[in-house]
Design a protein around this ligand. Structure first.
Ligand code: SDX
Length: 428
């Protein structure tokens, strides 16, 4: 049987053979379907891209029904268990292969050479109020980096792209930590390139006075969390990165836009929203009332559900296990019992079962972050740090894809037909 779709347009009786590739039809192949020769031709309507593949990618694979997530073919569970450094996974995402030792050392060296930020960045941050949301500061500062490196606009030059990737992956932890220190009115701690990626970040965040040594369990937990959050194929923020990048702007401006999309409570802002929801619930006695509100459509159960996963998010499983390791060191987060009770009730309730709503990556991550001493409004920043590597991988793949051009969707126009100007004194 041929790999084609036979479409009969019952308006005209005409038949069309549409080729099928990768179990997909090309939307442009629909344009030949017309009633009149001068018609524009058929389009597909797909709000929120529920069933539209806008790119071909080799980076990340997700099977939502089976709860599978792989970076360049490697199961996320294996990467979380075996990779001792986030930079190893960032290399994998960007280059397509796990690095051998020399390549990993070279990669690590080059990123460490770009962890500092221009001193003017400190002046830029002074403009923010003490209570500015760290994600707002983060987004603004990432965007401002484009003014320090104008050569970054030479995006088709691989050496220029590589250097901006070193800079962004190297500087996002520094900028993130600076937003935290600014909000606390504390002096900035400069990067210490003797430390690991996660260790250096914790040091810049929490060092007070001379002595600070990241606890190895917490440093490892943060490394695993960074690995789990590094990429997730065509999520809202990555789609934004690709769309902005398709206009051929520099990667700093594209990353700022992607981070803005990530901040939304339906996306990467959910980890903060989960903790605020748990605070609002307060105790197990109130869980049934919240579940009732959710089932009545009054609110969403934050940290639950996913566009792709109709099974348990594999990352949530790893994070749930990691939480116990962290709590061994920090002491249990009292909200854990509340979260477990919420999960237990939800997974037994037909409303959630029928809609295949399971805990996602954001349901448990906030409990760990809070136990580690991060403030709630800082959680989306913790998501953006590792996701920068994923955004850059997709940005580069998009730029090098010969089938891609500037992203510019069509629309179904349902507005007013042509009409003539009306003088203001004649308007009703
Ligand atoms: C991330 O895309 C990615 O890959 C994202 C991410 C990544 O790594 O980049 O995985 C990170 O963003 C995780 C998701 C974090 N967001 C939340 O936890 C917020 C709460 N979740 C929902 O808002 C929702 O589940 C979404 C946004 C995540 C997914 O929404 P969809 O795919 O558009 O699903 P939907 O809204 O169409 O829901 C289908 C049904 C609806 O009910 P009905 O209209 O059929 O009656 O399920 C219901 C929804 O109301 N539903 C929920 C729910 N999520 C969906 N009901 C209650 N609580 C929820 N959390």
């Amino acid at each position: 049987m041929p790999d084609t779709l036979t479409i009969t347009d019952n308006r005209t009786g005409k038949k069309y053979e549409i080729p099928i590739e990768h179990d997909t039809v090309k939307a442009m192949d629909l344009r030949q379907i017309k009633v009149h020769e001068d018609d524009f031709g058929m389009m597909a309507y797909d709000p929120a891209y529920m069933n539209t593949a806008s790119v071909k990618s080799n980076i990340t694979f997700i099977d939502g029904d089976k709860g599978i997530l792989r970076y360049r073919g490697y199961p996320i569970e294996q990467l979380a268990e075996h990779c001792t450094s986030f930079l190893e996974v960032a290399y994998l995402l960007l280059h397509g292969e796990l690095p051998d030792r020399p390549h990993l050392e070279d990669w690590r060296y080059n990123i460490k050479m770009h962890t500092f930020v221009h001193e003017n960045i400190k002046k830029l941050m002074e403009g923010f109020r003490y209570d500015a949301h760290p994600m707002g500061m983060f987004i603004s500062t990432i965007s401002a980096l484009s003014t320090f490196y104008p050569e970054a606009k030479d995006i088709m030059n691989p050496d220029v792209r590589r250097k901006q990737m070193y800079r962004l992956i190297g500087k996002v932890p520094t900028i993130a930590a600076f937003t935290y220190r600014h909000s606390k009115g504390m002096p900035y701690i400069y990067p210490d390139n003797e430390l690991t990626y996660a260790g250096n970040f914790l040091n810049m965040m929490f060092k007070i006075g001379q002595s600070y040594k990241p606890h190895p369990v917490l440093e490892h937990a943060l490394t695993v969390l960074f690995i789990l959050h590094a990429d997730h194929e065509q999520n809202c923020s990555t789609n934004t990165m690709r769309s902005i990048g398709s206009s051929h702007i520099d990667p700093y401006s594209a990353c700022a836009g992607a981070a803005a999309a990530l901040w939304g409570p339906l996306h990467g802002g959910a980890n903060e929203a989960v903790l605020r929801m748990l605070d609002e619930i307060g105790s197990k006695n109130n869980v049934s009332a919240i579940i009732k509100d959710v089932k009545e459509g009054k609110r969403k159960l934050m940290g639950f559900g996913h566009r792709i996963y109709k099974n348990y998010d594999p990352r949530a499983k790893v994070i749930k296990q990691l939480a116990y390791e962290v709590f061994e060191v920090t002491g249990t987060n009292p909200k854990l019992d509340l979260a477990l009770e919420l999960e237990r009730i939800a997974l037994e309730d037909d409303y959630f079962v029928k809609r295949k709503l399971y805990p996602n990556v954001d349901f448990y991550s906030g409990l760990i972050y809070e136990a580690m001493g991060f403030p709630m409004d800082f959680f989306p920043v913790l998501f953006a740090i590792p996701r920068t590597a994923g955004w850059l991988s997709h940005w580069q793949e998009h730029l090098l894809d010969p089938e891609q051009k500037i992203a510019r969707p069509r629309q179904i126009y349902l507005g007013a037909g042509e009409r003539n100007w009306i003088a203001i004194n004649k308007r009703s």
